[in-house]
Design a protein around this ligand. Structure first.
Ligand SMILES: Nc1nc2c(ncn2[C@@H]2O[C@H](COP(=O)(O)OP(=O)(O)OP(=O)(O)O)[C@@H](O)[C@H]2O)c(=O)[nH]1
Ligand SMILES: [Mg+2]
Length: 295
């Protein structure tokens, strides 16, 4: 008997910092979702396609579930909701190494009743394996999921078990995308995210949270490097000063790192220009959020 071809959507959801983006990247072997050691790194869904002989699994890496403090958080939650609505199966990512279990999921809990849920206990490389059995019991009782799978997304441990489990829960059907596609989102989306990731790595405190990136120009040119202009929006003048640094040195360094990461992603050289602008309190501003692409 041949295994049937399966195709469908898997939403990866969970609290901030659980390792959702790391999981998707390592499942697909490409850095599509941006990663940092801080919570609330992902703000927009990233779509990644895994192609196997017997399956096309379309992952949605979502922002971490947060209790909304301002409009940006509402928009992030809307991204999660949209992913859950599309999902055939939900991958609920839990940082098993954290001390608080079961995790407080809040509003997405109602959606979990409508889908098969695979609980992924992540970061097992950091913990005593004897803690896994009681944790599995706890999540079994709380959610009665389709499966509970311990993994280390970072060390790529347990990922094959997870993909085999996903195969069980996706519907039968032909691939929705050509089998060599990795995503359906445009390059400019990922370029903006890569620049934002560099900001997470290069600045401290509130700066990464107060900054957003909009790709203003993306010109593909023949015989010369592509030209990309990105605007980094911050909330206050003082933040603009921090971002740029004395004599522009800090921004230049960030720009160099971002350019290298963008070139690695696009596999071609680019000319990257970064501009910093102030958009007062953009995180609370509906119009600004619309313009920044938080639909
Ligand atoms: N030790 C260890 N660290 C991990 C593992 N998975 C993820 N991490 C780390 O956890 C941090 C958060 O990872 P992300 O993938 O950004 O987490 P996320 O769930 O996407 O976070 P948000 O986008 O903020 O919701 C990063 O520093 C990762 O390197 C793992 O299996 N083991
Ligand atoms: Mg993320």
């Amino acid at each position: 008997m041949t295994t049937p071809f399966k195709c469908g959507y898997a939403a990866i959801i969970g609290l901030p910092n659980a390792g959702k983006s790391t999981l998707m990247n390592n499942l697909l072997d490409i850095h599509l979702g941006i990663v940092s050691a801080r919570p609330q790194t992902t703000r927009r869904n990233a779509l990644g396609i895994m192609n196997r002989e017997d399956m096309q699994c379309i992952f949605l890496d979502t922002p971490g579930i947060v209790k909304p403090k301002y409009e940006l958080h509402d928009r992030m939650n809307k991204q999660i909701e949209a992913a859950l609505k599309d999902a055939d199966v939900v991958v609920l990512m839990v940082d098993a190494h954290s001390r608080e279990h079961p995790v407080d999921l809040g509003w997405p809990l109602q959606f979990l009743k409508k889908h098969p849920v695979i609980v992924v206990l992540n970061k097992i490389d950091l913990m005593d394996k004897r803690r896994l059995l009681p944790l599995t019991d706890l999540y079994e009782k709380e959610l009665a999921p389709a499966a509970i799978i311990p993994v280390s997304a970072e060390k790529r441990d347990g990922l094959e078990v997870l993909t085999n489990e996903l195969h069980k829960w996706l519907p039968e059907g032909p691939p929705l995308y050509p089998p060599d596609s990795l995503t359906d989102q445009p390059e400019r989306f990922f370029v903006g995210e890569i620049i934002r990731e560099q900001i997470f790595h290069s600045y401290h405190d509130e700066i990464p949270y107060s900054a957003d990136v909009v790709i203003d120009t993306f010109k593909e040119r023949e015989n010369v490097k592509d030209y990309i202009r990105a605007i980094i929006f911050v909330e206050r003048e003082s933040q603009k000063g921090i971002l740029i640094g004395k004599g522009g040195v800090k921004l230049k360094k960030t720009g160099q790192r971002a350019r290298q990461a963008v070139e690695y992603f696009l596999q071609r050289p680019v000319y990257l220009e970064l501009k910093v602008k102030v958009q007062h309190n953009w995180r609370k501003d509906k119009n600004a959020l619309n313009r920044f692409g938080y639909g």
